[in-house]
Design a protein around this ligand. Structure first.
Ligand SMILES: Cc1cc2nc3c(=O)[nH]c(=O)nc-3n(C[C@H](O)[C@H](O)[C@H](O)COP(=O)(O)OP(=O)(O)OC[C@H]3O[C@@H](n4cnc5c(N)ncnc54)[C@H](O)[C@@H]3O)c2cc1C
Length: 142
């Protein structure tokens, strides 16, 4: 169970007229959070999402190359501490009846990861806020 983030609830109304931002990012999924994490040290960033951090999201694997992005954002070591499970290949049926297999044994980036997706997204949002982004999203309620 994750604790609520230090976010401004959207239900409280629109962004204060006195709030000034250089960048507004719509969507605090992995893409939006990564942009916020990268920009927040230099710019005033508002990160806006219509869903709270507990909303179910599809997609629970991280491919090996994800390591490069997390390393660039200086999050790789912290990611390793999150307890996601290593995975060594993908088997998928997508767009046809055939099974497609990709093994990561020869991947220069190493293995991939089975993500606890809600925890992963919450972790990224936390880092975006820690870097100085202002997150506007509905409050998480237990
Ligand atoms: C069936 C399926 C399986 C997938 N499996 C994988 C997988 O295993 N591994 C993988 O890496 N990728 C997978 N993907 C792709 C996956 O969706 C993306 O990797 C990842 O979720 C993309 O992150 P994102 O931040 O771009 O978008 P999202 O994670 O979709 O985040 C978008 C955010 O924007 C918010 N938002 C949307 N509209 C608005 C609005 N109007 N105003 C405010 N906020 C808004 C949403 O609430 C959400 O938080 C899968 C996709 C599908 C469809």
């Amino acid at each position: 169970m994750t604790a609520p983030l230090n976010a401004t609830p959207i239900e409280e109304g629109p962004v204060r007229p006195s709030a000034h931002f250089d960048v507004l990012i719509a969507g605090a999924g992995p893409a939006g959070c990564s942009a916020a994490i990268t920009l927040a040290p230099r710019y005033r960033v508002a990160l806006v999402d219509r869903s709270d951090q507990q909303t179910f999201r599809i997609g629970e694997s991280l491919c090996p190359a994800g390591r490069r992005l997390l390393t660039k954002m200086d999050l790789w070591q912290d990611f390793l501490r999150q307890g996601h499970q290593a995975c060594y290949g993908n088997r998928s049926i997508w767009g046809s009846d055939g099974v497609q297999e990709t093994d990561f044994l020869r991947d220069p980036d190493g293995n991939g990861w089975h993500l606890d997706r809600a925890r992963f997204d919450f972790w990224l949002r936390n880092h975006a806020v820690a870097k100085g982004s202002q997150l506007y999203s509905p409050l998480y309620r237990q």
